[in-house]
Ligand binder design. Structure first.
Ligand code: NAD
Length: 242
């Protein structure tokens, strides 16, 4: 699959994170011109040209899109991997500020990037968008951690993916999602004491490797997935089966 993405320009939002960095690396190794979008570069930064963005600001998203098209008029596909989670807060005690903060990134931010990147793709005849949703959008992961806002935000990402797939699929823009189970990344760092519990609940008995999530993203971006429209790939090691 060397050079599968030669000639493609692909923006990875959240590229300084565990999954985003692996996606940026994999796409770049397969020949894509990768733009690594994040709040700031980090140690984990994968391959690609760093472009700063804060997806909670529509102006920042628009600025990043303008910057990418100033380099070339060729279409830029999109991977949305930025996301945050609240740290084990009971719903009855949830500060509404926490609700707003999580939704601002996980739903509003993902909507903003889809809107701005999608508009350019529609104008250029098509392209591909992959959103990283989560197993927990469908399967309520509420044990031992409580994360009602995160779970709701990810269910919304799944619904957004299907909605955009219907709006744009007939005009050449494929919108799909990958929903990981547990992956050992900085997102879960504050919950180390829960890791044994999570691994025990996973049928294959381990965390996903970031490369295994990146492989699913690569498939959905590729021409082999031309018939995937609103598809959500659940990559959870069997966690949600029981
Ligand atoms: N790690 C898991 O177990 C797991 C499971 C299911 C789904 N996911 C989802 O996968 C995606 C990636 O998760 P990860 O584990 O790599 O997390 P991570 O914390 O390692 O990376 C997330 C990245 O998003 C960036 N980000 C946060 N807010 C941003 C903003 N406003 N603008 C731009 N960038 C912003 C962060 O800087 C960070 O680099 C997330 O959407 C997450 O919800 C993760």
């Amino acid at each position: 699959m060397q050079n599968r993405f030669r000639g493609r320009r692909i923006a990875v939002v959240g590229a300084a994170g565990g999954i985003g960095a692996a996606v940026a690396d994999a796409l770049s190794r397969e020949g894509a011109q990768v733009y690594a979008l994040d709040l700031r570069p980090a140690e984990a930064m994968g391959a690609g040209e760093f472009v700063p963005v804060d997806i909670t600001s529509e102006a920042s998203v628009a600025e990043a899109v303008t910057a990418l098209y100033a380099r070339s008029p060729e279409p830029v596909d999109l991977v949305n991997s930025a996301g945050i989670v609240e740290n084990d807060v009971a719903a009855e005690d949830m500060p509404m500020e926490t609700f707003d903060r999580v939704m601002a990134v996980n739903l509003r931010g993902v909507f903003a990037t889809c809107k701005h990147f999608g508009r350019e793709l529609l104008a250029r005849g098509g392209g591909a968008i992959v959103n990283i949703a989560s197993m927990s959008g469908n399967h309520v992961v509420n044990e031992p951690q409580r994360q009602s806002v995160y779970n709701s935000s990810k269910a919304a990402v799944s619904a957004l993916t299907r909605s955009l797939a219907v709006e744009w699929g007939g005009r050449g823009v494929r919108v799909n999602a990958v929903s990981p189970g547990y992956v050992d990344t900085p997102l879960n760092a504050l919950k180390r004491h829960m890791h044994d519990h999570w691994i025990e609940g996973t049928v294959v008995g381990r965390f996903a490797r970031v490369e295994e999530i990146a492989a699913a993203v690569g498939y959905l971006l590729s021409d082999e997935a031309a018939y995937c429209c609103g598809t959500e790939l659940l990559i959870d090691g069997g966690f949600s089966l029981r």
